[in-house]
Design a protein around this ligand. Structure first.
Ligand SMILES: *[C@@H]1O[C@H](CO)[C@@H](O)[C@H](O)[C@H]1NC(C)=O
Ligand SMILES: *[C@@H]1O[C@H](CO)[C@@H](O)[C@H](O)[C@H]1NC(C)=O
Ligand SMILES: *[C@@H]1O[C@H](CO)[C@@H](O)[C@H](O)[C@H]1NC(C)=O
Ligand SMILES: *[C@@H]1O[C@H](CO)[C@@H](O)[C@H](O)[C@H]1NC(C)=O
Length: 363
């Protein structure tokens, strides 16, 4: 009895030392097997290429001019934030859901469902022709990918999915391509509309949780009023468009507080709110601090009021010193900054309440 006690004490004392001697995965990359990505053009990596009637496509030059595989449907000159997070986590690029070859073992590191011009609400983005709304994106995950993934890895989804990040970047178009265009007959206040939007998003996150999602990354809205296209559409104003920025700010405040308030409804979840609004606003007010020189003009020639680049149009020479590539989307240089901060910033004003590196290691 005494010996047993001594042995168990010895084992107990030694265990932490043994644990320390085991190889340490200090950057969390091995903890994450892949990513499921939902949202709008900021994270779309080619899904809209497969929509016949979509006018929100980026599958032509100068999009992708700095991307290793050229134009792909990504709405920027190089990598988007998702690609850069994959690099950080030592993961391959996440394939777009719309690509027919995204099946079998090609889905084991995740799938990207995002669609340019789409929103949280089903009627957002219809002006751009065809979009895949957030609800449809979730449905594609649930009805197509999930059964395939289970067949592929041979486990129950609960065990499999906790090793994946669920990244959601949606909501901007619900303002720019819906609320501010007065599309809805419902004449509602910004407060009401925003509360309805974040409530819808909360329901959507809970659905992903019920399906097995545990680790969530929520992207804030960017300063919509500072987009070059917003300025082009309101030429008389000085500086950024205040109503649009106010909307983004209000949405972000509610999204951030959702991180805490949704926890009791999703007890085993971990969430990170990435404040790209603040990161970009800082660049706009003080571009030279990070080596940028132009924070107001698009780098490419804009095609029209939708803010996309003109096909085969001109681009600026020093793309790494422009904040905006087209009228709406940041350059790769800005995406690098956002991904770096999302991954390992210790400032809660940038990644809240933890960063993605820490999220990767939570259980
Ligand atoms: C994380 O660690 C792995 C090995 O454990 C390494 O291959 C990878 O480059 C590291 N990633 C970063 C961003 O440090
Ligand atoms: C939407 O409605 C408001 C007030 O009713 C008006 O001021 C605004 O110009 C309208 N916007 C558009 C894009 O029609
Ligand atoms: C919307 O409601 C506001 C007040 O709630 C009112 O002033 C405005 O005229 C209404 N606009 C329309 C287009 O009905
Ligand atoms: C509120 O959200 C629901 C979806 O959750 C949507 O169907 C409805 O149109 C929204 N209402 C307004 C006024 O935007």
């Amino acid at each position: 009895m005494g010996t047993m006690k001594k042995i168990s004490k010895l084992v107990f004392l030694c265990f932490p030392i043994v644990a320390l001697l085991l190889p340490c995965n200090c950057n969390g990359s091995n903890e994450i097997k892949g990513m499921f990505v939902f949202g709008s053009s900021l994270v779309d990596n080619g899904n809209n290429n497969f929509l016949r009637n979509s006018r929100a496509k980026a599958n032509y030059l100068p999009y992708g001019i700095d991307f290793p595989y050229g134009p792909s449907g990504r709405f920027t000159n190089g990598k988007n934030v998702i690609d850069l997070l994959c690099d950080k986590l030592s993961l391959p690029f996440v394939p777009p859901f719309g690509d027919p070859s995204t099946k079998g073992n090609r889905i084991i590191h995740g799938v990207n469902y995002a669609s340019g011009a789409s929103g949280i609400l089903d009627d957002t983005g219809l002006l751009a022709g065809e979009v895949i709304s957030l609800n449809e994106q979730l449905k594609n995950f649930e009805e197509v990918t999930l059964p395939e993934l289970k067949a592929e890895v041979g486990k129950r989804s609960g065990e499999v999915l906790k090793k994946y990040l669920f990244v959601v970047g949606s909501g901007g178009n619900d303002y720019t391509l819906n609320y501010f265009l007065n599309l809805s007959d419902a004449n509602v206040s910004l407060q009401f509309f925003t509360a309805n939007l974040t409530k819808s998003l909360s329901t959507q996150l809970q659905k992903l949780y019920k399906l097995g999602g545990r680790k969530f990354v929520l992207m804030s809205l960017n300063p919509l009023g500072c987009y070059p296209v917003a300025k082009a559409n309101y030429p008389s104003q000085i500086g950024c468009n205040k109503p649009l920025n106010r909307a983004a700010h209000l949405f972000n405040a509610q999204l951030k507080s959702l991180v805490g308030s949704i926890k009791p409804l999703m007890p085993a979840s971990h969430l990170v709110y990435v404040n790209s609004y603040t990161i970009i606003t800082h660049l706009i007010t003080n571009p030279t601090s990070k080596g940028f020189k132009d924070a107001s003009n698009p780098c490419c020639e804009m095609a029209s009021i939708n803010g996309l680049c003109k096909k085969d149009g001109e681009t600026c020479e020093d793309r790494s010193r422009h904040v905006f590539f087209d009228g709406v989307h940041p350059t790769e240089a800005v995406n690098v900054l956002i991904a770096n901060k999302a991954f390992d910033s210790n400032l809660k004003t940038e990644a809240y309440p933890i960063n993605i590196k820490q999220l990767a290691m939570r259980y």
